[in-house]
Design a binder for this molecule. Structure first.
Ligand SMILES: C[S@@+](CC[C@H](N)C(=O)[O-])C[C@H]1O[C@@H](n2cnc3c(N)ncnc32)[C@H](O)[C@@H]1O
Length: 202
């Protein structure tokens, strides 16, 4: 775990949450992420050699646009996205998923019994790192539910955290994750990028 020097002032302060709700737009497909959050996802996928990226809450499909090179060029990389509201997903993303077997979009409730079972199975069968991004309608529940499916070396992050504890996930929720998880790059992913991220260490 890396701890910042107390003199360091890169940590954001409260009251500016909306300022950071950038929408990173690639060919009209918006991502509800800031550019540094997009980079944080790509950094995990590429540096930890992720083989299965699960996005819980695909929305328009903006994150998919940023991992198209991984999906197309890396035959060992798979995307699995869940979106309960089919109408919000951009037609370009739906078409892309239909044409690319390594881009699987499930337009259904991630918490249905069959989807929970399928996600558990896909994680268990993946050879290599799995990265789960919690960005649906109940982040605390997603973090607690899907973290229990992970294996040593797998990674999970959660969106809509703010340092003033007004986001959809708070420090008290993060503290509930299993003791076999540690923060990944704690300082910058959680406090600067506002994307608390954990790696399962045993
Ligand atoms: C904040 S948006 C996701 C943003 C997206 N990850 C991005 O970066 O652009 C949350 C999405 O989660 C979806 N959602 C909420 N609950 C869900 C559930 N139980 N199963 C699947 N999708 C869900 C919502 O319909 C919504 O589109």
């Amino acid at each position: 775990m890396n701890t910042p020097n107390t003199e360091t002032t890169l940590v954001r302060k409260s009251g500016t949450y909306k300022v950071y709700q950038d929408e990173f737009n690639v060919t009209d497909v918006l991502a509800a992420q800031s550019w540094w959050q997009i980079n944080a996802h790509l950094d995990i996928i590429n540096r930890y050699k992720v083989k299965l990226f699960i996005e819980l809450g695909t929305y328009i499909g903006g994150i998919v646009t940023h991992i198209i090179p991984n999906i197309i060029l890396d035959e060992t990389f798979h995307y699995l996205g869940y979106e309960i509201n089919s109408s919000v997903v951009h037609p370009k993303i739906k078409k892309f998923a239909l044409q690319n077997p390594r881009c699987q979009l499930v337009l259904d409730n991630m918490f249905s019994e069959s989807n929970l079972e399928y996600i558990r199975k896909r994680i268990a069968e993946t050879s290599g790192t799995v990265y789960v991004f919690c960005d649906g309608g109940d982040k605390p529940k997603e973090l607690l539910t899907f973290s229990t499916f992970l294996r040593k070396g797998d990674i999970i992050s959660v969106h809509d955290y703010t340092d003033d504890q007004t986001g959809e996930i708070r420090d008290t929720d993060l503290a509930k994750i299993g003791k076999d998880f540690e923060y990944l790059d704690e300082w910058w992913r959680k406090d600067v990028v506002w994307l608390p991220t954990f790696i399962k260490v045993k």
